[in-house]
Design a protein. Structure first.
Length: 66
C-alpha cells in the first residue's frame, strides 16, 4: 500500500454490519516497501499503523478534480 501525508486510510471490517475504520495519515515512516504510518483515527486517537490486506488509502481530490 502506498500512501502519503494527508491521505485517508480506510480499514475494512471482517464482520458483517461493522463499518470500516477511517484515519488521516499524519506521517509516513519506514523504508520504501516497508512503510508504516502515524495516523489519527476518526475518534481522535493517534497510533502507528502497519498496513494489512484489509486497508487501503484514499487520496484526497485536488483542485479542479471531479
Amino acid at each position: 500500500m502506498h500512501a502519503e501525508v494527508g491521505d485517508e486510510l480506510v480499514v475494512d471490517s471482517n464482520e458483517v454490519g461493522v463499518p470500516p475504520r477511517r484515519a488521516t495519515i499524519l506521517e509516513v515512516r519506514g523504508a520504501p516497501g516497508e512503510e508504516h504510518y502515524l495516523v489519527r483515527w476518526s475518534d481522535g486517537h493517534e497510533s502507528v499503523f502497519f498496513p494489512s490486506s484489509s486497508a487501503h488509502a484514499v487520496h484526497p481530490a485536488g483542485p479542479g478534480a471531479g
